[in-house]
Design a binder for this molecule. Structure first.
Ligand code: AMP
Ligand code: MN
Ligand code: MN
Ligand code: MN
Length: 273
């Protein structure tokens, strides 16, 4: 089973529109696909599912949340796209993102950068503005050398454009997903650079708040990490999910459908679907 349950489109910070993504997933032989754009369901509005008849599409989202002042991502899978609690939550995240964008722009303009908000907004189009849009604007307007530099110096953890505590708390985002009948997945647990103890505590809090699964595989990753996360999931009685976290073609570490098999004792999230 080729399952890719974490992907992005132009509805958030991805480079392909939903139909291009679907075509790519089809070409990669993906059988089970979730589009999980950041804090939005907009990608599903424009999706013609008949375009990929061999690929089952599971409605999804990647919600931003704040846990102990750390930005954490929770993926919701198999959600009811019309659920009122989820829609209200998404609407509040969307205004939070809008307000955050203005704060980020203000801070970056204080550092001397030009046209920050208008440049990022133009790249975002109808999507909510996210940090990669700011980074791309800085690079494409010749104000910063590379995306990496933009994150390392200005947008990454602890930098001027890193605005904290904008997002709803962990309990809230999990409850929206559960209310919508979905499965709540703690996304890419290794990307937060937490100590072992903190990761245990996050996983425990996630479980206590009603979380269901751990993203045991995120893109191309070391087999030792996969096994470690598989054990973490088992220890906490969580199911396992997997996804590429695909944003754009050309990134070897996050290729559409390039997702290894889950460790054998893990219970895949799709088992009950
Ligand atoms: P935001 O939702 O605005 O907080 O933006 C988060 C997104 O920024 C992530 O989903 C990644 O796609 C992207 N991102 C985070 N860190 C980096 C980085 N160091 N380099 C490039 N993109 C990054
Ligand atoms: Mn992203
Ligand atoms: Mn994420
Ligand atoms: Mn993602």
């Amino acid at each position: 089973m080729i399952a890719d349950l974490h992907t992005h489109t132009t509805a958030s910070d991805g480079h392909l529109d939903p139909h291009e993504l679907l075509a790519g997933a089809h070409a990669a032989g993906v059988q089970l696909l979730a589009i999980t754009d950041h804090d939005t369901l907009a990608g599903y509005a424009e999706l013609d599912r008949d375009l990929a008849p061999d690929c089952r599409i599971v409605p999804g989202i990647e919600l931003s949340t704040t846990w102990r002042k750390i930005a954490i991502h929770v993926v919701g899978l198999n959600i009811d796209l019309k659920n009122p609690a989820l829609l209200a939550g998404v609407a509040s995240q969307s205004s939070a993102r809008h307000e955050r964008a203005q704060l980020i722009a203000m801070r970056l303009e204080k550092l001397g950068f030009r046209d920050v908000l208008s440049g990022a907004a133009q790249l975002a189009g109808s999507a909510g503005i996210s940090r990669p849009h700011f980074a791309r604007h800085l690079v494409e307007s010749g104000q910063v050398r590379s995306m990496q530099d933009a994150f390392r110096k200005y947008l990454g953890p602890g930098k001027a454009g890193d605005i904290r505590e904008t997002w709803a708390p962990l309990d809230d985002v999990i409850s929206w997903i559960k209310d919508a009948g979905g499965v709540a997945v703690l996304a890419h647990p290794a990307k937060y650079k937490l100590t072992n103890l903190k990761l245990e505590e996050l996983t425990q809090d996630f479980r206590r708040a009603g979380g269901d699964a751990l993203e045991v595989i995120s893109g191309l990753q070391d087999i030792n990490l996969t096994n470690r996360l598989g054990r973490l999931a088992l220890r906490h009685g969580l199911q396992a999910s997997c996804g590429s976290d695909f944003h754009q073609p050309g990134q070897s570490w996050a290729r559409l459908g390039a997702v290894a098999a889950l460790p054998r004792d893990c219970v895949p999230v799709w088992e009950a679907w």
